[in-house]
Design a protein around this ligand. Structure first.
Ligand code: COA
Ligand code: MG
Length: 286
C-alpha cells in the first residue's frame, strides 16, 4: 500500500482484551481495524489481568495491516489512569478514550501517554456530542467512534430500526469529524445473529457518511466490509464520470452529463476518492 492511499476502516471489531482465544482469532479475521478493549467487554474481576494479557498479545504481534486501537477505561474510573500508563509503550496505532466530554479529557490522556500515540474518542455522552467540534479539533485526535449503546442509555431513547433518536448525535459526530479531517466510525449492532438487520444498519451508516462500523462478533465482518466498500457499480460510475469530465474539460467546458446527471469538478473529486478507497481495499487483499 502506498502512503497516498487512504486507510480503510470498514470493519472495526471490538475484542475483549482479557480473552486469549478472541485475541488470537483476530489475527486471521479480515477486519480493517481492531479495538482491543479493556473497558466494557472486560469484567471488573478481569480488568487488571487484562492489561498483561493484551500487552502480551500485541507484543507477540501477527495483526498485519489491521489498525490496532486500544480502548482503555475512562479516566474517571479506578482503572483508567493505570491502563493508560500500562499501554503507553505497547505497539498500537491509537488509544481510544471512553466517554470523552471535552478537549480537556484528551489533554488528560495525552499527559499520561506522552506525545506520540494518536488518540481516538468514544462519542457517547450528551456532553461529548455538544462538544464534538472542539474534541475533533484537538491536535492529538485522529478518530471518533459513536458509542450508541451508552448514548441510548443516556438519552433514555428506544431502539428503533431507523435509529431516529440517534440521528442528531450521529450527524453531529460526522460534521465534527469532517470539519477536522478525522476518521468517523458508526456504533455497534447488538443483535449479532441478525444479518438482515446488520446489513440495513450498515447501509444507513454508510449513506450518512461513516467510514465504517464497530462490530462485536466475527460473524458481522463480511457484511460490513461489503457495505462500506465501493460497489462495482459505484466504481464503474466513478470511472465514467472521470472520463466524461476529462472530455468536456478538454473542449473548454465545465459540466459533463453521465447517466442523466451532471458531473462537475466536485463530483470528480468524489469519484477519485471512491477509486482510491477501492484501490486501498484491493491492495490490502493482495
Ligand atoms: N473478537 C474476536 N473473536 C471473537 C469475538 C470478538 N469480538 N467474539 C467472538 N469471537 C470468537 C469466539 O472466541 C469463538 O472463537 P472460537 O471458535 O475459536 O472458539 C468464535 O468467535 C465464535 O464465538 P461465539 O461462540 O459465536 O460467541 P461467544 O458466545 O463466544 O461470544 C459475545 C459472544 C457477544 C459475548 C462476544 O462476541 C463478545 O464478547 N463480543 C465483544 C463484546 C464487546 O466487545 N463489547 C464492548 C463493545 S460494545
Ligand atoms: Mg461505551
Amino acid at each position: 500500500m502506498t502512503s497516498q492511499m487512504p486507510r480503510p476502516y470498514r470493519s472495526v471489531l471490538y475484542i475483549p482484551g482479557s480473552k486469549d482465544r478472541a485475541l488470537d482469532k483476530a489475527r486471521s479475521l479480515p477486519v480493517d481495524a481492531i479495538i482491543f478493549d479493556l473497558e466494557d467487554a472486560v469484567s471488573v474481576d478481569a480488568k487488571i489481568e487484562a492489561r498483561g494479557t493484551l500487552a502480551a498479545a500485541l507484543a507477540a504481534g501477527g495483526y498485519g495491516a489491521r489498525a490496532k486501537i486500544i480502548r482503555i477505561n475512562g479516566l474517571d474510573t479506578e482503572w483508567g489512569a493505570d491502563d493508560a500508563r500500562a499501554m503507553k509503550d505497547v505497539d498500537c496505532d491509537a488509544i481510544l478514550l471512553p466517554k470523552v466530554g471535552s478537549p480537556a479529557d484528551i489533554d488528560a490522556l495525552a499527559a499520561l501517554i506522552g506525545p506520540d500515540t494518536p488518540i481516538w474518542a468514544m462519542m457517547e455522552t450528551p456532553e461529548g456530542i455538544f462538544n464534538a467540534k472542539a474534541i475533533a479539533a484537538h491536535p492529538r485526535l485522529q478518530g471518533m467512534v459513536a458509542g450508541t449503546n451508552d448514548l441510548a442509555k443516556e438519552l433514555n431513547c428506544r431502539t428503533r430500526p431507523d435509529r431516529l433518536p440517534m440521528q442528531m448525535a450521529l450527524q453531529t459526530i460526522l460534521m465534527a469529524a469532517r470539519a477536522h479531517g478525522v476518521v468517523a466510525i458508526d456504533g455497534v449492532y447488538n443483535q449479532f445473529k441478525d444479518d438482515a438487520g446488520l446489513a440495513a444498519e450498515c447501509e444507513q451508516g454508510r449513506d450518512l457518511g461513516f467510514d465504517g462500523k464497530t462490530l462485536i462478533h466475527p460473524a458481522q465482518v463480511d457484511i460490513t466490509n461489503t457495505a462500506f466498500a465501493p460497489s462495482e457499480a459505484e466504481i464503474d460510475l466513478a470511472r465514467r464520470q472521470i472520463a466524461a469530465f476529462a472530455e468536456v474539460e478538454a473542449s473548454g467546458q465545465g459540466v459533463a452529463v453521465v447517466d442523466g446527471k451532471i458531473v462537475e469538478n466536485l463530483h470528480v473529486e468524489t469519484a477519485r476518492k471512491i477509486l482510491a478507497l477501492a484501490d486501498a481495499i484491493a491492495a490490502q487483499g493482495a
